[in-house]
Write a protein that binds this ligand. Structure first.
Ligand SMILES: O=C(O)C[C@@H](Cc1ccccc1)[C@H](O)SCc1ccccc1
Ligand code: NI
Length: 183
């Protein structure tokens, strides 16, 4: 099973690579890796397992975070309507998004970042994501709220982007929109 020792930390160049498409249908090896990633996220939310294996609670993990530069990630997160999104996705991509943006009030964290980085991270409020599930099914998901933010955080990992790369944008954007705040 995956534990925190398998999570690469910032500074490791793999986190700054653009990950490779996964050839489909996925090999047994790629399916095993993605299933292990999904199990890791689920385990991280189980208080007993998290304590026993010293897992940091997470709602997603991307393959580059375990040192594998492939376009796949796993999420286990419940949205505001209590709909559970528990899945592994191969070759996920945003096919459309709102202009409107949102952010988590407390900012974001990352399993690969062992420090607090304050600041709001702008994300699209609504996205449509396509990808292929562990079962080999092509899905199209219309997402909003926390789930949309989680998918965008994980998708960024596939493109070598860390959440704090986006924090400056937010301040610059704020200054542009509210020049009187310049300072
Ligand atoms: O590092 C990762 O990719 C896992 C992150 C994903 C994430 C961070 C911030 C915002 C959205 C997604 C971990 O899940 S961080 C822990 C966490 C737990 C619950 C809600 C948000 C973040
Ligand atoms: Ni992260």
């Amino acid at each position: 099973m995956l534990t925190m020792k398998d999570i690469v930390r910032e500074g490791n160049p793999v986190l700054r690579e653009v990950a490779e498409e996964v050839s489909l249908p996925a090999s047994a090896e790629d399916k095993k890796i993605l299933q292990d990633m999904l199990d890791f996220v689920i385990n991280s939310q189980d208080p007993e397992l998290a304590e026993k294996y010293e897992l940091r609670a997470g709602v997603g993990v991307a393959a580059p975070q375990i040192g594998i530069s492939k376009r796949m990630f796993a999420v286990h997160v419940t949205d505001e309507q209590d709909q559970l999104y528990s899945m592994g996705l191969f070759n996920p991509r945003i096919v459309s998004h709102s202009i409107e943006e949102t952010h988590l009030e407390g900012g974001e964290g990352c399993l690969s970042v062992d420090r607090d980085v304050p600041g709001l991270v702008p994300r699209y409020s609504r996205i449509t994501v396509k990808g292929t599930t562990l079962e080999g099914e092509e899905v199209s998901l219309r997402l909003r709220g926390l789930v949309a933010i989680v998918f965008q955080h994980e998708l960024d990992h596939l493109n070598g982007i860390m959440f704090y790369d986006r924090i400056e944008g937010f301040k610059d954007k704020l200054k542009k929109e509210l020049p009187h705040l310049k300072g």
